[in-house]
Design a protein around this ligand. Structure first.
Ligand code: GDP
Length: 299
């Protein structure tokens, strides 16, 4: 999977290499610093990090020749530092149980698959898990979750298509409580086209969960598709507003991803990064490892 991650970050890191190539021909001055800063931004790292890296580069190398390797070394170090601050796996901390995780994100981001992968991860840690098919708008999402649940021998609470997601979530939490489930993972709708409707629905789900269990939901996890590049950043803003997101999972970092955007996402949102998706199988959700990520990104 590391190889797949490297490939997935290839577009961002390839862009970085391309943008930095030929640096060594000139000594470092203000114009070159500006060029390098632009190259870093174009490689999806975000303006804040680009500014810090160029400031460090200036302190080290002003008036001297600079190579792309110098820049990449600083990129790797800075990315690792920033990402180490935000890397945090999901943990089952709620007492009493169940630890309740609400999963949000736009349709197609990999939400359903990520829920199955998370369930698998918790199962491997000997927790018992329950799923709730709270994306009641999409028959396919309900079915898909039931298929995953069947494969893993995990109960899936589901209702009719078009049913009330909040009452389904309430029923699931009640059931999970009664049978002593450790982790309840709740799927939600991802219809950003109807932002006000989605906001009402998510707020209602959170309200009824709280009514049943004061501390729930314990995590609100946003699933982001790395292949959408900068779009992922605006999704963070929207879902922070509509759902009170507490952490991120970024999927499809194995594909033709612009994985550098995860750095900008972390910087801009300050949210925890729980895990990354590097494939379609159950085992393809990896804890986020800043050192590997930074090395792969800097190429
Ligand atoms: P949802 O609409 O957000 O629930 O998205 P799905 O879970 O149905 O996923 C949409 C598509 O993305 C499916 O074909 C998944 O197999 C695929 N997918 C999800 N996560 C990953 C990932 O990490 N890597 C790759 N390559 N594909 C993924």
């Amino acid at each position: 999977w590391l190889q797949r991650l490297r490939e997935g970050l290839g577009r961002s890191s390839g862009k970085l290499s391309e943008n930095l190539s030929g640096l060594s021909r000139r000594p470092l001055d203000d114009a070159l610093l500006e060029e390098i800063e632009d190259a870093l931004i174009a490689s999806d790292l975000g303006p804040a990090m680009a500014a810090r890296i160029t400031a460090k580069l200036a302190a080290e190398k002003y008036d001297r020749q600079v190579t792309d390797e110098d820049v990449k070394r600083l990129v790797a170090a800075e990315v690792e530092t920033v990402m180490t601050r935000v890397a945090k796996p999901l943990e089952v901390t709620a007492f009493p149980r169940p630890h309740t995780i609400l999963v949000v994100g736009v349709n197609g981001s990999g939400k359903t698959t990520t829920i199955a992968k998370l369930a698998h991860l918790f199962q491997e840690q000997d927790y018992n898990v329950m799923l709730a098919a709270g994306d009641t708008f999409r028959a396919a999402a309900i079915e898909q979750l039931e298929v995953w649940g069947g494969r893993m021998d995990i109960p899936v609470i589901s209702g009719k298509v078009g049913g009330d997601a909040a009452s389904l979530a309430y029923d699931a939490l009640t059931k999970a409580w009664e049978v002593g489930t450790d982790v309840l993972i709740i799927d939600t709708a991802g219809r950003l086209q109807n932002k006000a409707g989605l906001m009402d629905e998510l707020a209602k789900i959170k309200r009824v969960l709280k009514r049943r269990m004061e501390s729930a939901p314990h995590d609100v996890v946003l699933v982001l598709d790395a292949t959408t590049g900068q779009n992922a950043l605006s999704q963070i803003d929207v879902f922070k507003e509509v759902a009170g997101v507490t952490g991120l999972v970024m999927t499809k970092l194995d594909g033709t991803a612009r994985g550098g955007v995860l750095v900008a996402a972390a910087e801009r949102s300050g949210l925890k990064i729980h895990a990354i998706g590097v494939g379609e199988k159950l085992g393809d959700l990896r804890p986020f490892d800043p050192a590997n990520f930074a090395a792969a990104l800097a190429g």
